[in-house]
Design a protein around this ligand. Structure first.
Ligand code: FAD
Ligand code: DHB
Length: 389
């Protein structure tokens, strides 16, 4: 097969990029290792910045998002006994939208046939070739048959564990990493949220987040040691922890119900600065990971794709390669600021096992300062709604 752009990965970044290219008449094919059901079964991000909702609007695929998404005009930072409300609308004039990554992915998947976007699911052993040449290609196996797609560009949208980043030679690699000594244990359940707005809480039992998907569906997370496995947790034990942390500070207290999903995600900060190598470009989690505190992961994937789609469209429509040449620097400028904010909120809101009483006093002092300072609250709100493109 032959196309202009082959995109590896049908997560949010690959699907958004594929749709944006097709909407401008650029040929592309998306190649995904998993099945559609597997991709939709992954429960991840929930908070969308305008960068993400604007792209869905530009594609004309925002009907369900506008109807079902929840407009959030504020959120809360909390200690064990009080809330600090960050009035994001009042401080920035903007809001965020609560609409699950699963739903964004579903909307993009469902629209693919009518928008003439080809997605090849269940592609095994994807490998990238001749990235230094003008004629790169990708090979894989589908239904046991070997396949090859020749293209002018290969785009790695294949997440943290995909093959694209690994195809870049060690001599070209510039990467930065920080692992955290904990993960987030998440639960999704059809119960009403404990509070009308999100709460990020720093309690003596560790960090916890109360989030939601709708008025009848809640999403919660608690900080757990990095060594914990999902088998270490029963639903009952997790609901007990959530009640301990949120009953004292939330409007309604925690309502329990059967888990629709429970999983643990490790926390890390990671930036792979080599976002371009020859004819390969990286976007989204293949190039960077943020700890989820701050809800930046999916939104950063969207900003990468906004830059990269403009650059590819300018190349194919006008032969202009300035956007492609500037992509890495432009994307990294926004990525590093989101990395900083996610790292800052992670440090402020979690209990680090190596920290002592002094560090804890520093967190308390900073939260006290935030509670009293409109300037600090504005800085947090500006970052939370998303920095400009
Ligand atoms: P992904 O969503 O990872 O998509 C990559 C796609 O590439 C996948 O469909 C994968 O199957 C495919 N792929 C991988 N390998 C291959 C291969 N060999 N061949 C072909 N295809 C391949 N962000 C938040 O803001 N809040 C959260 O609560 C949150 N929770 C998260 C929990 C987990 C467990 C993870 C992993 C991430 C979480 N994130 C969260 C981050 C957010 O979900 C990501 O930033 C977002 O999914 C990035 O989108 P992406 O398309 O770049 O990558
Ligand atoms: C959700 C996830 C986050 O990482 C976050 O910061 C806020 C909300 C969620 O899944 O709802």
């Amino acid at each position: 097969m032959k196309t202009s752009v082959v995109i590896i990965g049908a997560g949010p970044s690959g699907l958004l990029l594929g749709h944006l290219l097709r909407a401008s008449g650029v040929d592309c094919i998306v190649v995904e290792r998993q099945s559609p059901d597997y991709v939709l079964g992954r429960i991840r991000a929930g908070v969308l910045e305008a960068v993400t909702t604007d792209l869905m609007e530009r594609l004309g695929l925002d009907r369900r998002l506008r109807a079902e998404g929840m407009v959030e005009e504020g959120f809360n930072l909390a200690t064990a006994d009080h809330l600090i409300r960050i009035d994001i609308l009042g401080l920035t004039g903007k809001h965020v939208t609560v609409y699950g990554q699963t739903e964004v992915t579903r909307d993009l998947m469902d629209a693919a046939p009518t928008r003439d976007l080809t997605i090849l699911y269940d592609a095994k052993d994807v490998a990238l070739h001749d990235l230094d040449s003008d004629a790169p290609f990708v090979t894989f196996a589908k239904d046991g048959e070997p396949m090859r797609i020749d293209a002018q560009f290969v785009i790695g949208c294949d997440g943290f564990h995909g093959p694209s980043r690994k195809a870049i030679p060690a001599s070209a690699v510039r990467e930065f990493e920080r692992e955290y000594p904990f993960g987030w244990l998440g639960i999704l359940a059809d119960v009403p949220p404990c509070h009308p707005e999100l709460i990020y809480a720093n309690t003596d039992r560790g960090f916890a987040l109360a989030s939601m998907r709708s008025a009848t569906r809640s999403r919660y997370y608690v900080q757990v040691p990095r060594t914990n496995r999902i088998e270490d947790w029963s639903e009952e034990r997790l609901w007990d922890e959530l009640a301990e942390r949120f009953d004292p500070i939330s409007d309604h207290g925690v309502t329990r119900g059967p888990a629709l999903e429970m999983s643990i995600a490790p926390l890390r900060s990671y930036v792979f600065e080599t976002m371009r190598h020859g004819r390969l470009f990286l976007a989204g989690d293949s190039a960077h990971i943020v700890p989820p505190t701050g809800a930046k992961g999916l939104n950063l994937a969207a900003s990468d794709v906004a830059y990269l789609s403009d650059a590819l469209i300018a190349f194919f429509k006008h032969g202009d390669d300035a956007g492609l040449n500037g992509y890495q620097a432009r994307a990294l400028a926004r990525i590093w600021k989101a990395e900083r904010f996610s790292w800052y909120l992670t440090k402020l809101m979690h209990r680090f096992p190596e920290d002592g009483a002094f560090e804890h006093r520093m967190q308390t002092a900073e939260l006290d300062y935030v509670a009293a300072s409109r300037t600090m609250q504005t800085a947090i709100a500006e970052n939370y709604v998303g920095l400009p493109l």
